[in-house]
Design a protein around this ligand. Structure first.
Ligand SMILES: O=C(O)CCC(=O)C(=O)O
Length: 395
């Protein structure tokens, strides 16, 4: 369902900003053309910057193009998998890889997903960027990414099915030495225009650092000159970065032993990166913020077996837990809002997701974010919004 025209009129103050911005863009002699790219047949608007000849592969959606509610691109699952019936696939990793994660705080696992799965994810992403969801509005309109949507599995069933049926859960279960994996929160991230400077991950859903594992699945080859994620080896064991901090000054006292040991990964389609949420890392975008190729990543945080629900109201961590699931602090994390994907998905949770019950609504958002009204929590909260200005942080 598209946003109705009346809504467009009702929010002209927001749109006015966008129009003004477009005016500035014109004055920079930008030429906008509609073109079909040869990559995956994605129809994209390309922007040619006079003089540099660089073409932006993906155009920012117009406000009236955003959608609400559930989306189903109806993509055939690979390998003859029967939707909601077949067990998830398996992919064995080695003890050495698990130890690398434990010791270095990050591991690169190559080739977890074959061409069929990568193609499936690309099709799902193509559908998503062509039919942008309203929950992508803030991150996308701020130009942080060409497209970014949290909890994309809740609205786009193709991503939910990827979690239910692919080997992702099996790989993460091995990494976490656990027999159960739930999706705590996820993010579809297409082209990080500004890059993301040195940071630790606080948006992991309602779990603790130790209960979670970060995952990152790429659909594209990393460009030669930028876009490769870089991690400070072993930095998940640091004792100095504040729990609430997002960005990290790697020159700070106490980080000397980590800052010179950088691990950089030039990932390829179908690879996974898995890390501890406290491992300090960054991703640099192109210096001018213009992606001429796709960098499509499905990432997020999973919860290991035995994880509890942690109510993060009053801290910025609440931003990745805005649903009305009814869980209370320290209850077992068992809910269709954080669905089990390994050893297999659960019928009732799948049905609740497909019914549209699992998601956000404005009342939940206001009641949860409302707890941030005090000065102290407001200050902490603001650090999460600094994300939008991440370019200015130390590289
Ligand atoms: O890949 C990206 O764009 C950012 C990834 C990242 O730093 C994260 O997910 O924490």
């Amino acid at each position: 369902m598209k946003i109705a025209t009346f809504l467009f009129v009702a929010v002209t103050s927001v749109n006015g900003f966008m129009v003004k911005d477009h005016g500035a863009a014109k004055s920079m002699a930008l030429q906008v053309t509609k073109a079909a790219t040869d990559i995956d047949e994605v129809t994209a608007t390309t922007t040619t910057v006079a003089g540099s000849q660089k073409e932006k592969i993906l155009k920012e959606p117009n406000l009236w193009e955003y959608n609400f509610g559930l989306q189903d691109p109806k993509i055939k699952l690979p390998h003859g998998i029967i939707k909601d019936v077949s067990l998830p696939e398996k992919f064995e990793i080695s003890e050495e890889q698990i130890r690398t994660l434990e010791e270095d705080g990050v591991v690169h696992i190559k080739g977890v997903f074959d061409e069929e799965w990568v193609d499936y994810l690309k099709q799902a992403t193509k559908h998503q960027v062509e039919e942008p969801h309203f929950w992508a509005f803030a991150g996308t309109a701020s130009r942080l990414y060409d497209y970014i949507q949290r909890n994309v599995w809740q609205t786009n069933s193709a991503f939910a099915r990827f979690y239910y049926h692919s080997a992702m859960g099996h790989v993460l279960a091995q990494c976490g030495r656990t027999d159960e994996i739930r999706v705590s929160t996820d993010l579809l991230m297409v082209n990080p225009n500004k890059g993301f400077k040195w940071h630790q991950d606080n948006q992991n859903g309602p779990i603790t650092w130790e209960e979670g594992l970060r995952f990152w699945i790429t659909m594209d080859e990393t460009p030669k000159d930028y876009g490769a994620p870089v991690y400070l080896k072993g930095s998940h064991t640091n004792k100095v970065v504040d729990e609430q901090a997002v960005f990290v000054d790697i020159e700070a006292e106490g980080l000397e032993e980590y800052k010179n040991e950088k691990l950089e990964f030039r990932t390829m389609p179908g690879d996974m990166l898995i890390w501890h949420p406290r491992t300090v890392h960054k991703v640099d975008g192109p210096s001018d913020g213009i992606w001429t190729s796709y960098r499509r990543v499905l990432g997020g945080t999973v919860a290991k077996g035995g994880a509890k629900y942690h109510d993060k109201r009053g801290s910025g961590g609440v931003l990745s837990d805005l649903g009305r699931h009814g869980l209370e602090d320290m209850q077992p994390l068992k809910s269709s809002f954080f669905p089990i994907v390994y050893p297999r998905c659960e019928r009732g949770e799948v049905a609740e997701r497909d019914s549209g019950k699992v998601g956000r609504n404005p009342v939940d958002i206001i009641s949860k974010i409302g707890g941030l009204a005090t000065k102290a929590s407001g200050e902490r909260f603001s650090s999460f919004f600094q994300v939008l200005g991440s370019q200015s942080k130390s590289s």
